[in-house]
Design a protein around this ligand. Structure first.
Ligand code: ACO
Length: 323
């Protein structure tokens, strides 16, 4: 059967890092509060004039280099983002043009913090159908542009960045020992759309708006939803927590990550966590974390890697793959 195999990954962070101490100069917060409640110590913020597509292009170039493939071999770009440069066209077509690609298809996918998991699953489906051969799957965000910088309950949590992988359609044996995406599970439940949302948009207000969140409510649902969809992945493949080499969750909050790993029985030494340095970069957080763990030598070819995310909507999902 055809599997979508990861050929390489890469990422990009804007140059400017904003520490908790920097934030404490402008809102009533402290490094101690932020670290204790979230595990975040700093986040990166895009420069003026630096857009989501710019971050995505830098991450894509690094990814193509790491994978050792030419941009012209890419025939599909799926960009997970909730902060496109413009309402339309999709930031993905700006990335496509920036990479000099004039064939194939490119589109944005909006599932907030679950964007990368949704984008991976979508690209996997398109590759498996035989319609495309090689996909760039990117998560790129400039959440700094959506934040109310006077609201301490939200502005301390998020950051900007981008990460990507190249997926290639490859013929595999069809067993769970195959390389590539082994199973993907996506969920959403719009009854919770007001728990985490942006209070503006082209149709409703004609403005961009600001991020609003009921933090406690989001927290309450996060661990339960995440563990549910990971158990779906285990059921579909027969793998258990003990088989997982690396757990690379969406990086929203250290307490959510640790709570999910504990509930699932995943050893803490197998958890890749970058929330301390990146904050919550929404759709970019998983590919950013993947890149860190590949560069430092933790994730190696053949490893079983479990990804999961939950975000506004609510949306949530899991992807289990062999690197
Ligand atoms: N600095 C200092 N004090 C603060 C801050 C801050 N930055 N933010 C809130 N507080 C205060 C509140 O005003 C409140 O004060 P009060 O008791 O005088 O009213 C107190 O701290 C406690 O506030 P809570 O909101 O109850 O704090 P909680 O322990 O729930 O932590 C947090 C808040 C960190 C947002 C937590 O609810 C959380 O992590 N929720 C998940 C949200 C999340 O991760 N969202 C990301 C997107 S969704 C996803 O990706 C999964």
């Amino acid at each position: 059967m055809i599997r979508s195999v990861v050929l390489g990954c890469g990422s990009y962070l804007p140059a400017r890092a904003l520490s908790n101490a920097d934030l404490a100069k402008t809102v009533d917060t402290s490094d101690e509060w932020i670290v204790q409640r979230t595990g975040i110590r700093q986040r990166h913020v895009a420069a003026q004039g630096e857009f989501t597509s710019d971050l995505a292009i830098r991450a894509a170039q690094a990814t193509l280099g790491h994978a050792g493939v030419d941009a012209q071999s890419i025939d599909l770009i799926v960009l997970g983002t909730s902060t496109p440069d413009n309402t339309f066209p999709a930031a993905a077509v700006t990335v496509q043009a920036g990479l000099g690609i004039h064939h194939g298809a490119a589109f944005d996918l909006q599932a907030v913090c679950s964007g990368f998991v949704f984008a991976l699953a979508t690209a996997d489906g398109l590759l498996k159908s035989g319609s495309y051969k090689r996909a760039l799957v990117i998560g790129s965000e400039t959440f700094s542009r959506l934040l109310d910088w006077t609201d301490r309950t939200t502005c301390v949590l998020f950051g900007d960045g981008a990460g990507a992988v190249v997926l290639e359609a490859q013929q595999q044996a069809g067993t769970r020992e195959d390389r590539g995406i082994l199973t993907a599970h996506l969920r959403s439940d719009g009854r919770y759309r007001n728990k985490l949302y942006v209070d503006g948009g082209p149709s409703r207000t004609g403005t961009v708006g600001h991020l609003r969140m009921e933090g406690r409510e989001v927290f309450k649902h996060a661990v339960a939803n995440i563990t549910d969809v990971i158990e779906d992945a285990f059921r579909a493949t027969g793998f258990t927590a003990a088989d997982i080499d690396w757990f690379v969750p969406h990086q929203a909050n250290k307490r959510i990550i640790d709570g999910s790993a504990q509930k699932l029985g995943i050893d803490p030494s197998k958890v890749v966590s970058t929330v301390e340095r990146h904050g919550n970069t929404s759709a970019a957080s998983i590919p950013l974390a993947l890149d860190v763990a590949v560069v430092d030598g933790r994730i190696k070819q053949g490893d079983l890697v479990l990804l999961e995310a939950m975000g506004g909507g609510f949306t949530w999902g899991s992807v289990l793959l062999r690197w």
